[in-house]
Design a binder for this molecule. Structure first.
Ligand code: CP3
Length: 361
């Protein structure tokens, strides 16, 4: 225990001084280019399909031994520089008591969409006990992973709100945008409740031992910068700010967010994730000084054959050198039909590529 009886979230922290991922995330020079993939655990892996047989997605996320095993699968297969906890952005909602399930091929589906002030007032808020199975999975993983860091994650308030308001995945986010603009008080109350749940979820992961966190605002790219700054950023900033004392790098990512990268960095990120639409050297000029970058191979190009992929990897590593730190990743998650061997080749090539020369003293 430390100050005022607050549990010291640093007490279980592992010291991983040799981790290329943590070095790059902190803007320090790593021993080699680090690489991991969003959705590296999942349907592209035969060993994942095997262990998931007969178990629902959310049930798998809330079964510590299974979540641990699935998290380890891509680390064993690829030798990536970080593991990402096998979970989902709707897990804390489910754990809080929201009626939500993940439908294969569709995504999260909500029983009763949240659209009015009364709906928001009735929304259950998570307490840490509710995600105890996730914390248990983290503790198992920290023991199994050795020197490989573990990334925890959560969905950001806007992306979670979109699922709750729309009732499921949405192309245009029309009900969400209508609520944001027509009833801003209700909108802010919703995002404030979601920020509390997200922070509780992330702090539970940090207390259990994750070495970094990623806040997924996957659908924020649907917003103008003006709307993002006014209606979304304060809530994401409260989540990221609430982890400032945790001593772990904070990654902030969304798809199609080229116009939002500056604001997403200002929200309190150590690393900003970039999709494939914007070269990393351009992204480096858009984020606050000192911010590291993560990305940004187009996941669809993994279907284009080894020569195309190798050329893209080399280009991205060269462009990433413009940032104070660069963590190689895809621009969004691994697509389910991806050949795992294509990802294995990316890892090998990233690791074999020399770091840029140090500037002359
Ligand atoms: O990256 C990893 O390896 C960790 C696993 C992970 C999952 N979900 C597992 C999962 C992560 C980081 C997530 C986060 C998540 N979930 C996001 C943010 C990341 C992103 O993709 O932008 C979002 C938007 C969700 C919501 C969600 N859950 C979607 C859109 C889907 C896909 C639905 C489908 O079937 O196409 C899910 C389900 C889901 N989450 C799967 C996995 C492996 C597939 C379900 C299955 O295997 O049966």
């Amino acid at each position: 225990m430390s100050r005022a009886g607050v549990v010291d979230i640093d007490q279980h922290r592992r010291d991983l001084p040799g981790s290329p991922f943590l070095a790059a995330a902190r803007g320090e020079r790593p021993s080699r280019h680090p690489v991991w993939f969003m959705r590296q655990a999942g349907r592209s892996l035969p060993e994942y399909r095997e262990v998931r047989k007969g178990t629902g997605m959310l049930e798998a996320c809330l079964t510590p031994e299974l979540a641990c095993e699935i998290t380890l699968q891509p680390v064993r297969r690829y030798g990536v520089d970080a593991a990402i906890l096998f979970s989902d952005i709707v897990v804390p909602l489910k754990a809080a008591g929201v009626g939500v399930d993940i439908v294969a091929g569709t995504g999260p589906v909500v029983d009763e969409p949240v659209r009015s002030a009364a709906d928001v007032a009735a929304l259950p808020v998570l307490d840490a006990e509710g995600v105890a199975p996730v914390a248990d999975a983290v503790r198992l993983l920290v023991r199994e992973l050795g020197e490989t860091p573990l990334i925890g994650f959560a969905g950001a308030p806007f992306t979670l709100a979109s699922y709750l308001v729309e009732g499921g995945p949405s192309r245009n986010h029309e009900r969400t945008k209508a609520l944001m603009h027509a009833e801003p008080d209700t909108w802010h109350a919703l995002c404030s409740a979601l920020a509390d749940t997200t922070l509780t979820f992330l702090r539970a992961q940090v207390e259990a031992g994750v070495d970094a966190v990623q806040l997924f605002d996957s659908w924020a790219g649907a917003l103008s910068e003006r709307d993002y700054r006014e209606l979304v950023m304060p809530h994401s900033a409260r989540v990221l700010g609430g982890l400032a004392d945790a001593g772990v790098p904070r990654i902030h990512f969304g798809v199609g967010t080229g116009e939002l990268l500056g604001a997403m960095g200002e929200a309190g990120a150590d690393v900003v994730g970039v999709d494939w639409r914007l070269p990393l050297d351009v992204a480096a000029r858009r984020v606050p000084p000192g911010t590291a970058l993560q990305g940004n191979l187009d996941p669809a190009l993994l279907f284009a054959g080894p020569d195309v992929v190798a050329g893209e990897v080399r280009r991205i590593l060269a462009e990433g050198a413009a940032a104070p730190g660069h963590v190689f990743n895809l621009g969004h998650g691994v697509l389910p039909e991806t050949d795992p061997d294509a990802l294995a080749r990316v890892v090998d090539l990233v690791h074999a590529t020399e770091l840029p020369a140090l500037p002359a003293p």
